[in-house]
Design a protein. Structure first.
Length: 193
């Protein structure tokens, strides 16, 4: 089994977004360029959602985003995959000045197969963290699946295009089930381009 995983890689869900120009390119072009920069011998992009226009989160945090979701296969361990994402973000002008601030590119690891990293207890604690605390506190270790994916229509909407049957290993619900329970006003903010 281990050799098969290494040969084929592990399937991951990734959310990407941009709400800031880079090298005079708008966010749609930035995301397209990010896809070119992300592809490597370690990452194979197998599915891409439509592109969506979404309001910045939290409200008032900047211009609207262009968001999408990807299914990738990778042979990298999750920590090395996150390092690759951070290198691509840095190379594309991302500056981490403010939590949830404007950014040229944002690449979030939503899932890494069906693994829970580091453990269910830590995952649950971060999922249940009140919004006010989320805005000022960042984890000091990777938390996978992404601890707030179930709260974000701008992630769930694109995921509906490419992975509606992916089942959250902690919540036990599929993307389609989580999306169906999302308030309609939040779903209405996610507009295909």
């Amino acid at each position: 089994m281990g050799k098969e995983i290494m040969r084929l890689g592990i399937s991951c869900l990734v959310a990407v977004g941009s709400n800031q120009e880079w090298l005079h390119n708008n966010s749609l072009i930035v995301l397209t360029e990010m896809l070119n920069n992300l592809k490597s011998i370690y990452v194979n992009v197998t599915s891409i959602s439509r592109f969506y226009k979404t309001p910045a989160f939290p409200a008032g945090a900047g211009p609207d985003f262009v968001n999408a979701a990807l299914v990738i296969r990778t042979t990298l361990p999750h920590d090395e995959l996150l390092d690759l994402f951070h290198r691509v973000e840095h190379d594309m002008g991302r500056v981490r000045e403010q939590r949830w601030g404007q950014r040229t590119i944002d690449i979030d690891l939503i899932s890494y197969g069906d693994q829970v990293v580091p453990d269910v207890e830590t995952q649950t604690r971060w999922m249940e963290l009140p919004l006010a605390e989320q805005m000022i506190t960042a984890p000091d270790q990777p938390i996978v699946p992404h601890p707030r994916l179930q709260d974000r229509a701008f992630v769930l909407g694109p995921l509906m295009d490419i992975a509606p049957q992916w089942r959250h290993p902690v919540l036990g619900r599929t993307v389609a089930e989580i999306y169906a329970a999302t308030p309609q006003n939040l779903k209405d903010e996610v507009k295909p381009l």
